[in-house]
Design a protein around this ligand. Structure first.
Ligand SMILES: NC(=O)c1ccc[n+]([C@@H]2O[C@H](COP(=O)([O-])OP(=O)(O)OC[C@H]3O[C@@H](n4cnc5c(N)ncnc54)[C@H](O)[C@@H]3O)[C@@H](O)[C@H]2O)c1
Length: 239
């Protein structure tokens, strides 16, 4: 595949390495410095765009790919309040978009365990769920897209929680809110924990990433899988 990297930061560079190992060719490396000089004709020559930029730029970049007819795999988090708009443009223009807040296969197995645990806890009102995430200090959004996905699964299970809340200085949440704690520390690639407390015990599940490679490998796998498809997809479709 000929690949356009939209975002050439830490993830863009990791994606380039994994792409080369899979015998793909990176033909565009766009970042904040040179994205405005990227011509549509150049973008159109890519078989797929990998969008790992910033919360402020992801929406426009995805839209641009759809309009140029280039399938796009997006891993940027912190922009998904506009995801329904992207889904509808994707439908209208017969585009191909793959979005995942976390491309690691391990995390997606972790999502399944979280879903099953939430189901088991649905009527166990004596247990209080909480979510913790730790990431490197350069991460721009809070909580992480992965923590939001974990919380949304617990909410969708139909138990007592109907929304999530980012822990702040006040440190209070209502009966209906899942408290999400975000910590920014050194160069931590990503740790997510879901914990259920009762007065008598606690249950905890944790996923810890060892580096960025797992995300990059999953994104390249998604790019290969997306070839020849139309529509809006996520990890559940691929796995
Ligand atoms: N889905 C996943 O599995 C996954 C995994 C890791 C990181 N992420 C997310 O990917 C994103 C990028 O992460 P990172 O660690 O590479 O960040 P980074 O800060 O190292 O890199 C961001 C890059 O985006 C570029 N950029 C800024 N504006 C741009 C624009 N308009 N068009 C194109 N590029 C632009 C910057 O120049 C920079 O090179 C973040 O949102 C992060 O949360 C997702």
């Amino acid at each position: 595949m000929k690949i356009a990297l939209l975002g050439y930061g830490k993830m863009g560079k990791e994606l380039e390495q994994v792409a080369q190992q899979h015998n793909h060719r990176v033909i565009i490396r766009a970042d904040v410095e040179n994205i405005s000089s990227l011509k549509d004709s150049e973008l159109k020559s890519a078989d797929v765009a990998l969008e790992f930029s910033t919360p402020a730029s992801a929406f426009e970049n995805i839209l641009r790919c759809i309009n140029a007819g280039v399938p796009v795999v997006c891993g940027t988090t912190g922009w998904t309040e506009r995801i329904e708009e992207i889904k509808s443009v994707c439908r209208e223009k017969n585009g191909a978009v793959f979005y995942a807040p976390n491309f690691s296969i391990g995390v997606n197995i972790f999502f399944e365990i979280n879903s099953r645990l939430a189901e088991l806890m649905r009527n166990r009102t004596e247990y209080e769920p909480e979510i913790y995430e730790v990431h490197h200090i350069h991460k721009k959004d809070k909580p992480s897209g992965t923590a939001i996905a974990l919380a949304e699964t617990i909410i969708a299970s139909g138990g007592k929680k109907t929304q999530w809340k980012l822990r702040d200085n006040k440190n209070v949440s209502t009966e209906k809110e899942i408290m999400v704690t975000s910590v920014r520390e050194n160069e931590v690639p990503g740790i997510h924990t879901v914990k259920y407390f009762s007065q008598d015990d606690e249950i905890e599940i944790t996923h810890g990433a060892k580096g960025r490679r797992a995300f990059a490998s999953g994104a390249i796998m998604a790019a290969e899988w997306l070839q020849g498809k139309k529509g809006f997809y996520g990890m559940k479709d691929m796995m």
